[in-house]
Design a protein around this ligand. Sequence first.
Ligand code: ADP
Ligand code: MG
Length: 228
Amino acid sequence: NGKIILVGFHTQILARLTGEFVHELRNPLTIIKGFLQLSNYTKEYEKYHPVILSEIERMHTILDNFLTMSLRKCTYKKMNPNELCKQLVALLSAECTVNHVAFDYDIAYTENHCNVDLDKVKQVVINLLRNAMEAFEIKNNENKIILRGSVEDRGYRFSLIDNGPGMDREVLKRLGQPLYTTKSKGTGIGISLCKKIIAEHRGTFCVSSVPRKGTTVSFYLPFVSPAV
Ligand code: ADP
Ligand code: MG
């Protein structure tokens, strides 16, 4: 219902969250710029219009919710996980194209539905994607990201798999502690925000990683029980 609640973040963390949302705006901006530049080189530029429009839409959402986004309670809509995946594929393939990273997906079919706050789940996936992008140390055409959708017991799992450098045990252990980052310009907010959003969805969040092989970050959303 769009009601704002305070969730007990420290002012220091709130200040950093503000920075995170400003940072958040850079993604759609980069995509819009990239596609506008790309459209210079093709006659089919009209096919980029939906992407550009949807990115502008996303900036609207982020700006509307600026600062209060993480404090806004989730507002759910019943959604089929395959429909959600379709939207995530559009989002991810656009971002990967711009960043010259290979993208693939593998989506298991389901007729079930989950309760989803679409903007928030997109925010989660964008955070995970950005982490993967930032993790690729050497920029080459071996870099790859996969979106996997799998049916599990009473729910659906969305996994983002990268073949980046992975994390060692120490990083993995501290991951998700608010403000924990290994980057000089990191905020350390991304993963804890993701966890919070997925927990609000009554889902679970899971990270597994093998040094020099890659990282899989996934979240599970429970199915809503079928209507009687
Ligand atoms: P930030 O990105 O600002 O550092 P996050 O909470 O998003 O904060 O991530 C915390 C840390 O987790 C990162 O600094 C990085 O060391 C590690 N990390 C997250 N995702 C990945 C990934 N896909 N591959 C390797 N390391 C990762
Ligand atoms: Mg991050």
